[in-house]
Design a protein around this ligand. Structure first.
Ligand code: ZN
Length: 177
C-alpha cells in the first residue's frame, strides 16, 4: 500500500548523500517506495520528488509535470518513476528559471539548466527508456537528478540576489503572468 512519506528538509544529512544504484527494480521495497513517492508528490502538489527527499538513498525519482501558473504549457503527464537515471548528452544552450523544492520550503531561486537533455532510465516495469527532454520537463529531471548526487538547487543559484521568499515570488513573478 502507498503511504504519504515525510519529506526531509534542508539540513538533513540524507539530502547531501550520493544515492546507491537500484540493483533490482522488482524488489518489493523499491516497488512500494515508487508508489509511496507518487502518493507523496501528489499530496504535496509537487512536480517531482527524489528518493533521498524521503530519507531513502536509492537512485530513483518521480517526474510529475503538469500545467501550472508558471508553466501553463507544461506537459500533463502521469507521474513517472525514473530508476537509475542517466544524462547521456546536454544541449550547450542553457536557460535560467525559478525553482523551488519540497525540501526547501518558502524559498525560490533562479537556476541555470541545460535546455535539452538526452536521458536514459529504467521504468517501474524494468524496461530501459531513452528519450530527449526539453524545457520544463528537462528542468525537473535535472533538479531531481541533482538530489541523487546530494546537490540542492540552492547550490546552483549564481547569486544570493537571485533568491526570493515564496511570498515575494508569488507577488512579483506569478502575478506578472
Ligand atoms: Zn528538490
Amino acid at each position: 500500500m502507498s503511504e504519504i512519506l515525510q519529506i526531509s528538509q534542508l539540513g538533513n544529512p540524507v539530502l547531501r548523500r550520493r544515492s546507491q544504484v537500484v540493483e533490482n527494480v522488482k524488489d518489493d521495497r523499491i516497488q512500494q517506495l515508487i508508489d509511496s513517492l507518487i502518493a507523496t508528490v501528489k499530496h504535496a502538489h509537487g512536480v517531482g520528488i527524489a528518493a533521498p527527499q524521503t530519507a531513502k538513498s536509492d537512485r530513483l525519482f518521480i517526474v510529475a509535470s503538469r500545467p501550472n501558473l508558471r508553466y501553463p504549457n507544461a506537459p500533463q503527464m502521469e507521474p513517472t518513476a525514473m530508476i537509475n537515471p542517466r544524462i547521456m548528452a546536454r544541449s550547450t544552450e542553457t536557460a535560467k528559471d525559478w525553482e523551488g523544492c519540497l525540501s526547501v520550503p518558502g524559498i525560490r531561486g533562479l537556476v541555470p539548466r541545460s535546455r535539452a537533455i538526452e536521458i536514459e532510465y529504467t521504468s517501474k516495469d524494468g524496461k530501459i527508456h531513452r528519450q530527449e527532454l526539453t524545457d520544463f520537463v528537462a528542468r525537473i529531471f535535472q533538479h531531481e537528478y541533482d538530489h541523487l548526487e546530494g546537490i540542492i538547487f540552492l547550490d546552483r543559484v549564481e547569486s544570493t540576489e537571485e533568491l526570493m521568499s515564496e511570498d515575494e515570488y508569488q507577488k512579483q513573478i506569478v502575478n506578472l503572468l
